[in-house]
Design a protein around this ligand. Structure first.
Ligand SMILES: Nc1ncnc2c1ncn2[C@@H]1O[C@H](COP(=O)(O)OP(=O)(O)OP(=O)(O)O)[C@@H](O)[C@H]1O
Ligand SMILES: [Mg+2]
Length: 256
């Protein structure tokens, strides 16, 4: 069997008495779109934060392309092929779209440009190369017309695209998307679904997404892992998960 692009193995994390993650295991096959779903408080964001190095798990292992990355910080993970977007946009609102994307790209180049000690003509050439790639990523995401616009003035949908552009600027092999369609209407959600498929196909990367919108999840995911109260209660194709009694129970319970 091919090595998983991303593997979560027996990860546990408690906050006080709350077991936010309880022996969670699942894996994302290379080149697939994998969704992590579950009712409010199920542990989805916590799991994302463990994978992306924001939280440290009490126990368990996270692997990217088979390599143990458990406990690495977010900027270290970026150099190991893991990129992420944020549920609440973590953009620099007064800076332009291009500056936001460039900042993400710089954080990936070891030590940054200024600290690298290269002679400046080489540095300028290097800078130009990175700018060209940042512009290319923005074109790909349909935000090239906004390159020099401050992020603070963008529509929510465009700001989400900038967020994804930032994650792609680190050239990830595995992209984590936290609620890419949160706060969007049906039309915008359909656009995001299309975008996710295009990103996967064009860049040949693996994507793990947390999302509440079931239409989006069922439409784009190759495989789905379902969490409830910190535990994996189902794992399978959209068709399998949709008809799983445990999943139906978890979601009906949410409406009590
Ligand atoms: N930093 C924290 N401190 C204490 N408890 C936390 C913290 N983060 C999450 N929790 C708790 O851990 C559990 C899982 O929360 P988490 O945010 O991961 O759920 P979620 O699946 O992302 O929910 P939602 O769909 O509402 O975003 C919840 O009981 C939550 O209250
Ligand atoms: Mg969450």
């Amino acid at each position: 069997m091919a090595t998983s692009a991303l593997a979560v193995e027996n990860v546990a994390l408690s906050f006080g008495g709350v077991k936010a993650l309880d022996q969670v295991s699942f894996s994302v096959a290379p080149g697939t779109i994998h969704a992590l779903i579950g009712p409010n408080g199920a542990g989805k964001s916590t799991c994302f934060n463990v994978i992306s190095g924001v939280y440290r798990a009490d126990s368990g292992v996270v692997r990217v392309n088979g390599n143990d990355v458990t406990g690495l910080r977010p900027h270290q993970l970026a150099t190991r092929g893991l990129g992420r977007s944020f549920q609440n946009l973590a953009l620099s609102m007064h800076s332009t779209v291009l500056d936001n994307v460039m900042l993400a790209r710089h954080s990936r180049t070891r030590g940054g440009f200024l600290a690298s000690g290269v002679r400046w003509p080489a540095m300028v050439a290097e800078q130009r190369k990175h700018t060209a790639r940042a512009v290319e990523i923005c074109e790909f995401l349909g935000i090239e017309r906004l390159l020099h616009a401050p992020v603070g003035g963008l529509s929510y949908g465009d700001a989400k695209r900038v967020d994804i552009a930032r994650a792609l600027a680190t050239e990830p092999e595995v992209l984590l998307l936290d609620e890419p369609a949160a706060g969007m209407n049906a039309g915008e959600t359909a656009e995001v679904a299309e975008l996710i498929k295009v990103v996967r196909e064009a860049l040949d990367i693996s994507i793990l997404l947390v999302e509440h919108d079931m239409t989006l999840v069922m439409g784009v995911a190759d495989r789905i892992t379902v969490l409830d109260f910190g535990k994996v209660v189902a794992d399978g194709t959209p068709a399998e998960v949709r008809n799983d009694p445990e999943v139906i129970r978890a979601y009906l319970g949410e409406q009590d």
